[in-house]
Design a protein around this ligand. Structure first.
Ligand SMILES: Nc1ncnc2c1ncn2[C@@H]1O[C@H](COP(=O)(O)OP(=O)(O)OP(=O)(O)O)[C@@H](O)[C@H]1O
Ligand SMILES: [Mg+2]
Length: 204
């Protein structure tokens, strides 16, 4: 199957100057992530160029503040779990520049989903710590315990760590049709459910 069409898009950033999107390394429902040839240490996310009209409207109208919300969430993270989140380096309504997660041998970190089941006990201890801390701080980031929004950093054979790359959806406002989430107890239940499902799906 042919890969996604190459795009030649320039972003004007204040930190890195004018940067050119290079190779697409992943995509979600609305955004796609690209490497930057001149800056191998970072990558950038933009609204997917291949979206249909409705999805494009969703991204540009309903979710227009997504990147700014993600940057604010990063700034406010509790220190004990901040290192598990891939930092937002610069955010604008049209794009976000983040660090490019690489394993120590220089290979790009893969998502939990791409890995399949993970047997490293250390990895699951970190995930437990993330879940515990989110619940303790009532930080309702339901989407982070998700195989596509979390990467695996393979530091050494016995030391694997999770790295969260998508944390834009926060709180009940991100799920406005789920009115039950107005109740704090329901938010906790949803977070716990996501945690259990994540373990069931990916723990080896
Ligand atoms: N910094 C990164 N390094 C490598 N891959 C990344 C990075 N950020 C995102 N990705 C990949 O790109 C995908 C899309 O990014 P992201 O999840 O932010 O998009 P989205 O459209 O906002 O997601 P969703 O469909 O969950 O709403 C991720 O699932 C991940 O596989
Ligand atoms: Mg995502």
């Amino acid at each position: 199957m042919p890969g996604p069409r190459p795009i030649l898009m320039l972003l004007e950033t204040s930190t890195f100057g004018s940067i050119r999107l290079h190779r697409r390394i992943g995509h979600g429902t609305l955004r796609a992530c690209y490497t930057i040839r001149e800056h191998p240490g970072v990558c950038a996310k933009i609204v997917r160029p291949d979206l249909g009209l409705l999805r494009r409207l969703q991204a540009l109208v309903i979710r227009r503040r997504t990147n700014l919300v993600e940057a604010r969430t990063y700034r406010r993270l509790p220190p004990e779990i901040k290192p598990y989140f891939n930092p937002v380096l610069e955010a604008e309504p049209q794009f976000v520049v983040t660090r490019m997660p690489l394993n120590p041998d220089g290979t790009p970190a893969r998502s939990v989903h791409a890995h399949g089941r993970i047997t490293s006990d250390g990895f699951w201890k970190h995930v437990k710590q993330i879940h515990r801390s989110l619940a303790h701080h009532r930080l309702w980031l339901f989407d982070v315990l998700n195989g596509r929004n979390m990467l695996v950093m393979e530091r050494t054979p016995g030391d694997w760590r999770p790295l969260i790359v998508d944390y834009k959806r926060i709180g009940w406002k991100a799920f406005p049709w789920q009115v039950n989430l107005l109740l704090e107890s329901e938010r906790r239940r949803k977070l716990d459910r996501r945690y259990r499902t994540f373990l069931r799906r990916y723990r080896g």
